[in-house]
Structures are given as structure tokens and as C-alpha cells.
Design a protein around this ligand. Structure first.
Ligand SMILES: Nc1ncnc2c1ncn2[C@@H]1O[C@H](COP(=O)(O)OP(=O)(O)O)[C@@H](O)[C@H]1O
Ligand SMILES: [Mg+2]
Length: 465
């Protein structure tokens, strides 16, 4: 390869335990840290490559052909840094198993675009999708009309998940009667997925249906798989514990498909301690801004206006793939420029035909008690009158002070400062300068409203008492 410097390093037995990317770059005298790619090789070998610029900066647009499931049940979502394809499994023809999958990453890392690619893949491959888009339907709006079921509230999601579990049970009984031990695709049932974007909203502490949601997802992960009913979630979470507590996801994901996009520091530690990331393997961090050179500025020198623009969206590690520690990136999915309505590129990828499968009848999965409370049927019951305590009115960001926005942005276990900045940039309010955030943080600390319990999480709300 042209202009690529390569170093093969001997590592201690078992690989590199701790890896300091910045120190390595400084040692190599490379100022743009994203040009250096570190990869743990097999055995006692690690490879460091120095590129003229980050090799993942120019990925191509996705094509429907990439997303049609191949004979081995895989789709191609993107590329590794060295150009080899990033494959994601939706079906295992050898065992007849559907998959369980999870996509993790901080806000703006590219989770929803990746979900969108999976949704397009399912439609193109005859896979039935029941989708929950828990950001009021804003995360993957083009999915409307392109999936069998689409819900946008937490209560509807519970009904949908109950429906999926019921379908898995129906299949189990029916296959047993047929004297068959496993799932055969489209004979007679189609491969089916429940997909939940922003699953953290459903599973986080204090969420109204947390326990049932965790139970249903666990159930799908356990029994759905062998009868062709899979589950995929996308979530922004600091800890797996936040997602339903206990070991709901831990066990499920160890054998599933796990993708990690740009993360927060707390998340990383958790993935290692959960065993999702093998101990002794190190991941080079995914920077928010690729191609940036850190430099000392002269007094009152202005930062360039675009210097903080995120450009690493879609960069990821496929933790359960064949190269868990190699940096990869999803192809470009949809328009780069924001659209005023549905993204025409994405609509085009879905195509005009009707999606496979039948809509889950949500009302059918209400309990008798819920039906009573819901009163006049699903139309009114679904949105508010039912047992669904949400949606609470969204707070009006434009009227909140910087301090209020900081407090609203902080989850129970806190955030690193970079992640807090990312949330504040994405919360819809006016832009707040880092200096102002810092000033507010010290004021809030002084008032005892936030605390700093350890070094990894810079900012954490003080206990309630
Ligand atoms: N694969 C991708 N192709 C094109 N643009 C992307 C891709 N991934 C992320 N983006 C850009 O980044 C923004 C945030 O991505 P999104 O998927 O909404 O993040 P998340 O769901 O993790 O918050 C998108 O609106 C889009 O502009
Ligand atoms: Mg999203």
C-alpha cells in the first residue's frame, strides 16, 4: 500500500492489556492521532500502521446489493480500515437460528443510520420487521410503511414485544406438532425481527415498563432464536446494568452480534468487565473529530469554525465479528446534508414495494385490565388514556438555563465531559461554549448539585438526599 508505514510489535503473552494511543502517536511523532491504526494481531503480535490520512474517511455509499442477505445469512454493512468487508449476520443457515444483536454508542455516533441499513436489508431480503422507534419516531422516520409494524411509544413497544414472544411460542408448538426440531426459513414462517432503537429509554432505571421489557427481551433472546424470531436493539448506555438491570443483555449478547460505535469511557470499562470485550484486548478510541491536529494556540487566536464538526459517525468495532479489534465503518447511508423531510436516498434504498409480513395487532396483546383502562379501544388507548405514563411533555429546552440543561443531560451515573458536550450539542437548545459549561459545572459543584466521585466519570449528580 502506498505511503503506509507498518510496524510489527511484540506484545506480552495474551496481548496488550493497556494501550495508550496518544502516547504511541507521540512516540511515532504523528500529530493527527487518527492516522495511526493499532491492531492486536494473533498471539504476541500487534501491528501499527501509519496512514497519510485516516483510511476510513472516504467510505462509499451503501448499495441495496450490499444489504441483500447472502447464502450464509450475512449482509455487508461497511468496510474495515484495510478495505475488507464488514459483515453482519442476520441468519445462520447451519443452525436455522435468528440472531440477537446490539448496537451501542454515544449520541450522534451513528446508531440509527446503522439500524436504518439493517431495516433496508431486512426489507430487501424478505425478513419481517417489527420496529420500535422510541425517539417519537424520529430516529428512523423513513421506516414508516417499510416495516410490518412500527411503534413509537413505550407502551406500544411492550405490546409489540408481547406479540413477538407469542409468535415465538406459536411457532414452537406448531413446529413440535410437525415433528420438526428447528426453523427453516419461509417454510412456512418468514425470518422475523423485533428491532428497538433507543432501547435505553425502555430499559433505563425508572422507565415505566423496565422490568417487563427486560423480561420480554430476554425471553426473545432465549426462545425466539431457534424459531426464527430475532431481536436487535440500539442503545446509548453507560453500563449494561442500565439496560434492564441484572444480566438481561449480558448473557444474550455474549452469543449475539455486538457493534460498538463511538463510546463514552464508562461504557468501555463495563463492556470489558461484562466479558463482551475480551480481557487483554485493546481498542483504539474512536475520535469525535478525525484529522484534527492538537496544537497550542496563541493568546486570543480564534478556533476555525468547523474545527469541532463531528466526522467520525459510523466508525465502529464489530466486537463479535472475526476482527473484533479492527476499526471499521458503516457505508454512507442516506444524504449527508440534513433533509427537510424524509430522506429521498433512504426511501430509494427501501424501494416502493410493500414490506414483507403482517402488522402485529397490538390490541390483541393487551391484558384485560389494560383494555379496561384504555377504554375506547386502541386509537385513544394507545396514545395516552392507557397505562402508558409517557409521553411526559418534553421540557422546553429553549427556556432552560445552561445549568438546567446540564442537569437534564446527566444520567444517573454521570458522563465524561466530552460526552456531556455532545449531549448538549444535540439537545436542541442553543450552542453552549465549553468554557460556559465548565463555569456552570463548578457552580453546580459548589452548590452540591453535582459531584465528582472518581476519575473516569467527571460529572455525577450528588445523591438525592
Ligand atoms: N452511516 C452513515 N451514513 C451517513 N451519515 C451518517 C451515518 N452515520 C451517522 N451519520 C450522520 O450522523 C448523524 C447522527 O447519526 P445517528 O445515526 O442519528 O446517531 P445516533 O443514532 O447514534 O445518535 C446522522 O444524522 C448523519 O448525519
Ligand atoms: Mg439514534
Amino acid at each position: 500500500m502506498l505511503d503506509v508505514r507498518e510496524y510489527v510489535l511484540k506484545t506480552p503473552p495474551g496481548g496488550v492489556k493497556r494501550y495508550d494511543h496518544e502516547a504511541l502517536c507521540d512516540l511515532l511523532k504523528v500529530e493527527d492521532y487518527s492516522r495511526v491504526i493499532f491492531e492486536q494481531g494473533v498471539g504476541r503480535e500487534a501491528i501499527v500502521r501509519v496512514y497519510p490520512s485516516n483510511p476510513l474517511m472516504d467510505v462509499r455509499a451503501v448499495d441495496v446489493d450490499d444489504l441483500v442477505m447472502d447464502a450464509r445469512g450475512r449482509i455487508t454493512l461497511g468496510t474495515y480500515f484495510d478495505g475488507s468487508p464488514l459483515r453482519f449476520r442476520l441468519f445462520d443457515p447451519k443452525t436455522g437460528n435468528a440472531q440477537r444483536g446490539a448496537v451501542f454508542g454515544t449520541t450522534g455516533a451513528g446508531k440509527s443510520r446503522l439500524v436504518q441499513a439493517i431495516l433496508i436489508a431486512c426489507k430487501a431480503s424478505g425478513i419481517v420487521v417489527h420496529l420500535a422507534d422510541l425517539k417519537h419516531g424520529q430516529s428512523v422516520p423513513e421506516a414508516k410503511g417499510n416495516v410490518a409494524t412500527r411503534v413509537t411509544t413505550q407502551y406500544e413497544t411492550i405490546l409489540m414485544l408481547r406479540g413477538l414472544v407469542a409468535e415465538a411460542e406459536r411457532r414452537m408448538t406448531s413446529y413440535a406438532e410437525m415433528g420438526r426440531s428447528g426453523f427453516v426459513i419461509n417454510s412456512p414462517d418468514p425470518l422475523t425481527y423485533g428491532i428497538v432503537d433507543e432501547a435505553n429509554r425502555l430499559l433505563e432505571k425508572g422507565a415505566p415498563f423496565r422490568d417487563e421489557a427486560a423480561l420480554l427481551i430476554k425471553e426473545l433472546g432465549r426462545t425466539g432464536r431457534s424459531v426464527g424470531v430475532g431481536i436487535i436493539i440500539a442503545a446509548q448506555a453507560g453500563h449494561l446494568d442500565e439496560l434492564g438491570g441484572s444480566d438481561t443483555l449480558r448473557g444474550m449478547l455474549k452469543e449475539g452480534e455486538v457493534i460498538l460505535l463511538r463510546w463514552s469511557s464508562a461504557m468501555m470499562q463495563q463492556l470489558v468487565s461484562d466479558g463482551l470485550l475480551p480481557r487483554g484486548e485493546s481498542l483504539q478510541p474512536i475520535p469525535k473529530v478525525v484529522g484534527q491536529v492538537r496544537r497550542i494556540r496563541r493568546y486570543n487566536e480564534q478556533r476555525a469554525d468547523d474545527e469541532d464538526d463531528v466526522n467520525s459517525q459510523g466508525m465502529l468495532y464489530h466486537l463479535t465479528g472475526i476482527r473484533p479489534t479492527s476499526m471499521a465503518r458503516t457505508y454512507v447511508v442516506g444524504s449527508i446534508e440534513p433533509c427537510t423531510g424524509y430522506d429521498p436516498v433512504i426511501l430509494d434504498l427501501y424501494g416502493p414495494h410493500a414490506p414483507p409480513g403482517e402488522t402485529i395487532d397490538l390490541e390483541e396483546h393487551m391484558t384485560a385490565k389494560e383494555r379496561q383502562t384504555a377504554g375506547g379501544g386502541p386509537q385513544e388507548g394507545m396514545a395516552g388514556a392507557g397505562p402508558d405514563p409517557e409521553p411526559e411533555p418534553e421540557p422546553d429546552i429553549s427556556r432552560m438555563s445552561t445549568a438546567q440543561r446540564i442537569l437534564a443531560a446527566l444520567p444517573a451515573d454521570g458522563l465524561a465531559e466530552v460526552d456531556l458536550m455532545a449531549v448538549l450539542e444535540a439537545d436542541g437548545g442553543r450552542r453552549i461554549a465549553r468554557a460556559s459549561v465548565r463555569t456552570n459545572i463548578s457552580t453546580l459543584r459548589a452548590k452540591g448539585l453535582i459531584a465528582r466521585p472518581d476519575e473516569t466519570k467527571l460529572i455525577v449528580p450528588a445523591p438525592a438526599d
